[in-house]
Design a binder for this molecule. Structure first.
Ligand SMILES: *Cc1c(COP(=O)(O)O)cnc(C)c1O
Length: 285
């Protein structure tokens, strides 16, 4: 709802919003910007490092012409989930923002995991969001709150966002109990994300040594490890995650014989070692 509200606040019906073909806003938000806002997504390819190519962005911006919709917004995602949790640098974000700002567009940053990006780059989150006009982030992923996302922007933007949230049925009353968990997420959990990143690396390095497992996205930059199980092994696409689930190891299926393993505060180093051992045993049987 945070991304949806941001896009609806920046764009009117029939306006165009530029985003990557691996963006969460394109793949996983049920087409909300079109269904509820009449916003037209203009899709350009995400590069393997999670970025959008500057020339592709330039080409996507429409010139004034009666045949064209108005280009209003660029959406970036940091970290980029489907590019393996790839990190966009402050420099990239600044350059992409400058490019579209010059053409009169705004920038929204889907920063669901922006604190992971800040931890990976060892920079203050402020420097990563400074160039953009609005940003969302999740309290409930690596930051461990049971629920919640936050949308940030200028005062005028947030005033409009509050109206849109109400329209969408997202107004809340006794929200303090959730905000309390969100404060722990922000004040405590943001400071320990480096541990998840170190454990993700440990997990990736361990899994990589198992015969039949490869890392299609390479070694992890943050807290997500993507693996591929060799088609030659006598275990089916769904049996792999099913058999791990029977051993209390829950992983996501992200494509044919491809899986995502995510680290968080409740997964310790000994758990990582156990996952490596269990997968090694499963594939050798
Ligand atoms: C999780 C996530 C969101 C928000 O998803 P909800 O399930 O609607 O909370 C948005 N963007 C990215 C990149 C995400 O990973």
């Amino acid at each position: 709802m945070g991304n949806l509200i941001a896009i609806l606040a920046h764009c009117g019906r029939g306006d165009e919003c530029i985003m990557g073909d691996k963006a969460h806003t394109f793949l996983f938000e049920a087409g909300g910007v079109s269904a509820l806002g009449g916003v037209f997504p203009h899709i350009i390819p995400n590069l393997a490092d999670g970025t959008l190519d500057f020339d592709d962005i330039r080409m996507a911006i429409r010139v004034e012409n009666v045949h064209h919709p108005h280009s209003r917004l660029l959406v970036l995602e940091n970290t980029q989930n489907r590019c393996g949790g790839a990190v966009l640098t402050a420099d990239y974000t600044q350059q992409a923002s400058d490019l579209v700002h010059q053409a009169g567009l705004k920038v929204h940053l889907d920063g669901a995991r922006i604190f992971n990006a800040a931890a990976a780059l060892a920079v203050d989150v402020k420097t990563l969001v400074d160039p953009v006009d609005s940003v969302t982030f999740c309290l409930s992923k690596g930051l461990c709150a049971p629920v919640g996302s936050v949308l940030c922007g200028s005062g005028a933007f947030i005033a409009e966002a509050l109206r849109l949230r109400k329209q969408l049925g997202g107004g809340m009353r006794q929200a303090g109990v959730l905000a309390a968990a969100g404060m722990i997420a922000l004040e405590k959990m943001t400071k320990r994300l480096g541990e998840d990143h170190r454990r993700a690396m440990l997990l990736a390095e361990g899994l990589q040594q198992i015969d039949g497992i490869t890392l299609p996205m390479g070694l992890p930059a943050t807290n997500m490890v993507f693996i591929k199980v060799d088609a030659g092994l006598p275990i089916s696409d769904s049996a792999f995650s099913y058999m791990l689930a029977e051993k209390s190891i829950l992983i996501g299926n992200t494509g044919y014989r491809q899986y995502r393993l995510v680290l968080h505060n409740q997964i310790q180093e000994n758990d990582v070692m156990q996952v490596i051992e269990v997968i090694k045993k499963l594939l050798s049987e």
